[in-house]
Design a protein. Structure first.
Lengths: 172, 625
């Protein structure tokens, strides 16, 4: 019993001393370490680390006093969480209904060709990952893609090469 | 002295087409000409006609400019603000007649609408609470807290006839009463802002364009139902909406419109944001509550309904964004005022998102009872590129398709349901003759199959099997018996699934089967896709007379199956290796590629005696065969 207590008290800060954990601690404190804030804390962690490593998951489970299995269960349930590193920027090709009927599939294929990666993969320089999204709500601009907060609409397959040469250069 | 206001739409659509660059250019230009003290620039929420973006409205005249880029700014300022006349090249034109429209109120797209929920969207700066207050914002909250009893608020909402705008259309006042009367404490109110239906973006516009209206509506609901805590569950895919809500909540706290002792009446109301993480099923209310609790968003059987046992087991009321946003307006103007809009069964207005193959993509708010034809052809401007209307999909993946013969149906919950579709949250995706209805049904099934949470087998296994059959049909491998299997399985999934996702997932299949059975039969019997969409059933050939021998097609072909005709400046597609990707069709500048779906009767053009390698291609085994 004593031993368990000691372990818990040690888990107050991450042994690596990585400043990002301190930042994560702030978020956890903001939610008063409530287990119900798990999804919000995971969002913050993914923002900080880029992905959710086993180490980060264990840390969060300890802080929120949740079984690791439950944390893992939540992470794998939701599409936006990732257990593997992704590129610095996520290119989300919208495949909602409006984009589908306006040719989203061709946009995805052409982007994949131009970037030399398949859906779900990351470019060699770790800058971009290619994903498809269910609907980014830019239906009026279909077909659309999103990179972070930026939305690019009314694409056509033959605009894609120029898009890759010009617009993607902004992201470094 | 301000003499004019430039309202620049900063909705997601206009931002993606360059609204920020426009604002910067306009700010600089006005400053340079010394007009910055006379003309104020305001960034507003979505004005609606997203296709025309970036759009700008100039008051007091109400001149509406479309597709304004930063490059247009000097000329526009010169004409409008110096010479005092509208800048003609940027005025919109009516879709069928081509007549130039001078002001917003003359534009059919706006003139036919009745903006109630969207009254402030596109008019006020959503990041400034004072602009909302100037439009009678928070007056309704003040009215209920200072002069109405909770029961009176509920009676007013009941009398207005407001029904849930999330899709099911349950009377809002009745739902409120159920929560209010539950003796278990505390009570919670939740706003469902997890707008997941692909093709729907109505809630996004309200969240981004008039966030305070939702906050005010929830505070009123909290008072009426005895809840001191509210949550807004919003999807993470809407970062701008999240940001504007955060700003709005903070501003409301600063002015004492949220928090303790509102309007000094002793009523406390706290509001928190909860951000989703990309799960469509979380739009289902029981799944949504589990997600707020930080768990996997898996639905629960109902009953118990949220009003009985909701968030953390306590009585909870969940309403959609649009429902909450309507509440302050009803309180402010009275139930009888609201009741003048709509039909006998369904009062008020509904916001629809027009998308797909329609000219004026964007948002439109119309009274219930408006016909599909008025919405799609008068406001929406009809189908672009001279194509023919085929169907409209209402209600997202849970809804169904409605074909042309029902275009004169007035829009109501019941009328759409009678056609096999649903109202849903208000997404309308229009499709034209180039859309294959089998592929369209397959698309939705793929969506639901992927988004099924996996809890109940009818949905988890059933949607997968439905998808398998549809994929076989699309690739020409199905037999006639598959149609019966499809129908039987669809009805089973509908009956046996636990939550709304599974219960409605077969709707797109059932409605396309009902209205477009001939397309299914063409795929199965003739191995033909009439809309020429399903890849496995296509053929690409080169029209000899049109081919100029430029070799572009041969160079873009990913499988190198296009060859030069021996001794001629012509090209030829060898069919065996063709993967029907359409790259040649897109690349050809001379319309020399023909895309057909002729089924088993397809006879390719005679193969030339000699085929040569196109310039620059290394020899492969194909050429010798």
């Amino acid at each position: 019993m004593m031993e368990l207590q000691t372990i818990r008290s040690v888990v107050t800060s991450h042994p690596s001393g990585d400043a990002r954990f301190a930042s994560l601690d702030d978020t956890i404190a903001h939610y008063k370490a409530e287990p119900t804030a798990l999804i919000q804390v995971l969002h913050a962690a993914q923002q900080l680390f880029g992905y959710l490593s086993p180490d980060v998951l264990r840390y969060i489970a300890g802080k929120l006093k949740l079984p690791l299995a439950q944390v893992y269960g939540v992470v794998t349930f939701y599409h936006l969480f990732t257990l593997v590193p992704r590129g610095k920027y996520q290119i989300m090709v919208c495949r909602g209904t409006a984009c589908h009927v306006r040719g989203a599939q061709l946009i995805l294929e052409r982007l994949s060709q131009q970037l030399g990666i398949k859906e779900g993969e990351t470019t060699k320089d770790n800058l971009f990952s290619l994903h498809s999204a269910r609907c980014i709500g830019a239906c009026a601009m279909a077909p659309a893609i999103a990179i972070g907060d930026d939305v690019y609409g009314k694409l056509t397959p033959d605009k894609v090469p120029k898009f890759c040469q010009k617009d993607l250069k902004k992201y470094t | 002295m301000i003499r004019a206001h430039c309202l620049i739409c900063a909705g997601a659509g206009c931002i993606s087409s360059g609204a920020h660059a426009l604002k910067e250019a306009l700010t600089a230009e006005l400053k340079q000409r010394g007009l910055d003290n006379e003309i104020r620039i305001v960034e507003t929420g979505c004005m609606g006609p997203c296709d025309l973006g970036p759009v700008m409205l100039v008051h007091p005249e109400g001149t509406f400019y479309q597709k304004v880029t930063a490059l247009d700014v000097p000329k526009l300022v010169e004409e409008h603000f110096i010479k005092g006349r509208p800048y003609q090249p940027l005025l919109p034109k009516e879709a069928p007649t081509g007549a130039v429209v001078n002001t917003q109120r003359d534009f059919t797209f706006f003139a036919k609408q009745q903006k109630i929920v969207l009254e402030n969207c596109g008019l006020i700066d959503p990041e400034n609470i004072h602009e909302y207050i100037a439009r009678d914002g928070y007056a309704a909250l003040g009215k209920v807290l200072t002069s109405m009893k909770p029961e009176e608020v509920i009676a007013e909402i009941k009398a207005s006839g407001l029904r849930g705008r999330g899709g099911a259309g349950f009377p809002t006042g009745v739902k409120w009463e159920l929560t209010a009367k539950n003796p278990v404490k505390p009570h919670y109110v939740i706003c469902n802002a997890d707008e997941g239906d692909p093709g729907a973006f109505m809630n996004r516009a309200v969240l981004e364009g008039d966030p305070h209206k939702i906050i005010e509506g929830m505070a009123i609901g909290g008072y009426a139902m005895g809840a001191n805590n509210g949550y807004i569950y919003i999807r993470a895919e809407y970062p701008l909406a999240v940001k504007r809500l955060q700003i709005a909540i903070q501003q409301a706290y600063e002015l004492g419109l949220l928090g303790k002792n509102l309007f000094e009446t002793g009523f406390d109301f706290d509001l928190e944001l909860r951000i989703g993480a990309g799960a469509f099923v979380c739009g289902e209310e029981t799944a949504l509550m589990r997600s707020i609790e930080g768990r996997r968003g898996q639905p629960q059987p109902r009953p118990p309904f949220p009003a009985q046992r909701g968030l953390w087991g306590k009585p909870t009321n969940i309403n959609n964004v649009e429902t909450w946003a309507t509440v302050p307006i009803i309180i402010r103007n009275g139930a009888s005022w609201y009741g003048q809009f709509g039909t006998a069964r369904t009062k008020g207005t509904k916001v629809f998102a027009l998308a797909g193959k329609i000219r004026n993509t964007g948002l439109a708010e119309v009274p219930f009872g408006t016909t599909l034809r008025e919405l799609i052809f008068d406001i929406g401007g009809g189908i672009p590129n001279g194509k023919k209307f085929k169907a409209v999909q209402t209600g997202g993946p849970s809804g169904g398709v409605i074909p042309a013969q029902y275009l004169d149906t007035p829009i109501e919950y019941e009328t759409l349901q009678a056609l096999g579709s649903i109202m849903g949250s208000g997404g309308m995706v229009v499709v034209d003759e180039d859309t294959c209805m089998v592929d369209f049904a397959r698309f939705f099934l793929e969506f639901c199959c992927d988004e099924s949470c996996g809890k109940c087998p009818p949905c988890r296994v059933g949607t997968r099997q439905l998808l398998n059959i549809l994929e076989r049909i699309c690739s020409g491998e199905a037999e006639l018996e598959d149609l019966d299997r499809l129908e039987e399985l669809a009805l089973m999934v509908k009956d046996a699934s636990l939550c709304g996702l599974g219960q409605t997932a077969p709707n797109p299949v059932l409605t396309t089967l009902k209205y477009f059975r001939d397309e299914y039969l063409a795929h199965i019997v003739e191995k033909r896709c009439p809309a020429r969409v399903c890849r496995d059933l296509l053929q690409f050939t080169i029209i000899e007379e049109k081919c100029v021998g430029c070799s572009v097609c041969a160079r873009v072909c990913p499988v190198e199956t296009i060859f030069k005709v021996g001794g001629q400046k012509k090209y030829y597609i060898v069919q065996d290796k063709c993967i029907h990707c359409g790259a040649c069709l897109e690349a050809c500048k001379f319309q020399a590629i023909n895309k057909t779906s002729e089924g088993e009767g397809f006879i390719p053009p005679p193969r030339p005696a000699v085929l040569e390698l196109p310039p620059g291609r290394k020899p492969t085994a194909v050429v010798t065969s």
